[in-house]
Design a protein around this ligand. Structure first.
Ligand SMILES: [Zn+2]
Length: 61
């Protein structure tokens, strides 16, 4: 089964947040919610969204 994972540190944040979901569609809201609560981003700017997209890793286990 594929898993998608994201680490805040991978986009250059000094942050230990890490999250996983089985689809990208499930993962994105978790990242957005974290960005809001931990980084005070009410909206994800397009440049950050691109970084997030490219930092998402797909793995199988
Ligand atoms: Zn973070």
């Amino acid at each position: 089964m594929a898993k998608y994972s994201f680490k805040c540190a991978d986009i250059g944040m000094d942050c230990g947040f890490e999250t996983k979901a089985s689809t990208k569609e499930e993962l994105m809201p978790l990242i957005v919610n974290h960005a809001k609560t931990a980084h005070n981003m009410n909206e994800i700017p397009p440049d950050v969204a691109k970084k997030v997209e490219s930092a998402i890793k797909k793995s199988f286990f």
